[in-house]
Design a protein around this ligand. Structure first.
Ligand code: TRP
Length: 497
């Protein structure tokens, strides 16, 4: 397999970090982290999340960078290069971002609606006390969420169509720091609200009696989602890394930055939740409902400006992540079927929009719900809670056992003296601790889905999640078999590991 580093490689470490952070930081940090903290009982969830980032997130991220750095092609061929029978992981690595994108863009669309409302002044005007109602009315309507979804999806498709190269890297370098500054200002405002300390206690004082198996699974799924693990994007970025870059250090840094931004989002939201007497368990609407209260409390003009700027940055964070999510299936289709890039982007984006439209409508239209649960929650559960643990654990095992220790040692600490120690610790974690941990959590989570502790109370609802996940895994294994038969009869394990 040919290394493709010459043209596409990141030129600076800063550029590489900002691009990976740009893909990692998105709605996962700003939208789903806070609402999962709320549902998971606060600080105990945060504590488990941070442990998972260290033991699973960073370890698996290193593994993905290692194989990416050694391959240089799309996800499926990377996994195919490791072994004839690991291609199914690559197929899932393409299908999952596709499915995530379908609902991710729906939330991107909601953010556009909020930004426009703030610019027009409606956002603050409908302020205090009424925002929950506004969010409900909006998401449950049939037409507008689809229109905003279309606008969002269209922008993303256009960017991918014209190629992602320099624009995104340059834009991320400015936008990511801007997001950070804006977030800090909102945090400061939130912390000065009356009763803010209750929110901080909720976020930092753990009550472990609230922890259930499903809380741990939710934290684990959130780590995968937020660090963009288990879906090939880090494999792709790894392939653009310069040889001299230290994979270990970069992964730790990305994990830290991603977690810091998620925590800041929590610190912006929870003091306000308690100050305004809202419910921390509000679910997917939390970000939209609570921050609207904060902006309303800033007064009509300041609130309006901050609301507009803040949601604009949310949109931008979501756009940079969506581009990466769309790029994964598009890159595969272009390379495998030799279809023109523009056509491939348009087709995939069109299908994603079609499915997304049903998801967007499922909040208001009962016919599109599964056992009374909206499709967004369903898609989210299937991908994050079931498929991602499977792909991530398998990738860890594959990297842990297939890559030669000598190579690993070099990749891990290109310029450190403690290579051997780092390698020993990491090798132990990636071979035993991380995969076994992931599988245990997955087992407990599935058990809880069946025992009715995970939202879906009817047997049809539970079966919908589990069966969809099984179908996806079986589908990818069949694809592996067919690909072996059709294309790759003579293919050798070509990746130099
Ligand atoms: N990590 C992104 C976020 O926090 C979402 C995401 C998941 C993603 N998988 C990805 C982004 C793959 C880019 C590529 O919002």
């Amino acid at each position: 397999m040919i290394k493709q580093k010459q043209n596409k490689g990141f030129t600076s470490k800063f550029g590489f970090l900002m691009a990976t952070v740009g893909s990692a930081v998105g709605l996962g940090n700003l939208w789903s982290f806070p609402y999962r903290v709320g549902e998971g009982g606060g600080a105990a969830f945060v504590f488990i999340y941070i442990i998972m980032v260290c033991l699973v997130g960073v370890i698996a991220m290193i593994g993905e960078f290692v194989i990416g750095k050694r391959s240089g092609v799309n996800v499926i061929d990377t996994f195919g290069g490791i072994s004839k029978w690991s291609k199914w992981l690559g197929y899932l690595g393409v299908i999952v971002p596709f499915l995530i994108l379908c609902y991710y863009q729906v939330i991107g669309g909601w953010s556009i609606k909020y930004m426009i409302d703030y610019i027009g002044g409606i956002g603050v005007a409908s302020g205090a006390g009424n925002v929950g109602g506004m969010f409900g009315t909006f998401t449950q309507s049939v037409d507008m969420p689809v229109v905003y979804l279309f606008v969002f999806a269209f922008v993303v498709a256009i960017i991918v169509l014209f190629g992602v190269n320099k624009g995104i890297e340059k834009a991320s370098k400015i936008l990511m720091p801007a997001l950070f500054v804006c977030l800090i200002i909102v945090v400061i405002k939130s912390l000065t609200l009356p009763n803010a300390s209750e929110g901080l206690l909720f976020l930092f004082k753990p009550d472990f009696s609230k922890v259930k198996g499903s809380t741990i699974l939710s934290a684990l799924g959130q780590v995968f989602f937020s660090m963009s693990l288990g879906m090939g994007i880090n494999v792709a970025y790894g392939s653009y890394m310069k040889d001299s870059m230290n994979i270990g250090k970069s992964s730790v840094l990305i994990g830290v930055m991603d977690t810091v931004i998620a925590m800041l989002a929590g610190m912006a939201i929870f003091p306000a939740v308690f100050s305004f007497g809202l419910e921390p368990t509000a679910g997917p609407g939390l970000l939209f409902v609570v921050l609207a209260e904060v902006f309303a409390s800033m007064g009509p003009i300041v609130g309006r400006i901050f609301g507009a700027i803040f949601f604009m940055l949310v949109i931008l964070a979501a756009v940079t992540s969506s581009i990466a999510l769309l790029e994964v299936p598009v890159q595969f289709i272009v390379e495998r079927f030799h279809i023109n890039r523009k056509l491939a982007s348009m087709c995939v984006a069109g299908i994603v929009f079609g499915i997304g439209a049903f998801i967007a409508m499922s909040f208001g239209v009962k016919a599109f719900q599964v056992e009374g649960v909206d499709l967004l929650t369903l898609f989210d559960s299937i991908t994050n809670k079931i498929i991602l643990p499977i792909t991530a654990a398998s990738t860890c095992l594959l990297v842990g056992y297939k890559v030669k220790p000598k190579n690993l040692m070099n990749d891990l600490g290109a310029d450190t003296k403690n290579k051997i120690i780092i390698y020993k610790i990491w090798g132990f974690l990636i071979r035993y601790v991380t995969p076994i941990g992931i599988l245990c959590v997955l087992g407990i989570g599935i058990y809880e889905v069946f025992s009715g502790q995970a939202g879906f109370t009817t047997i049809e609802g539970k079966l919908a999640i589990i069966l969809s996940a099984i179908v996806l895994v079986v589908f990818s294994i069949i694809a592996n078999v067919i690909a072996n038969y059709l294309y790759d009869k003579k293919q050798k394990n070509s990746l130099q590991l």
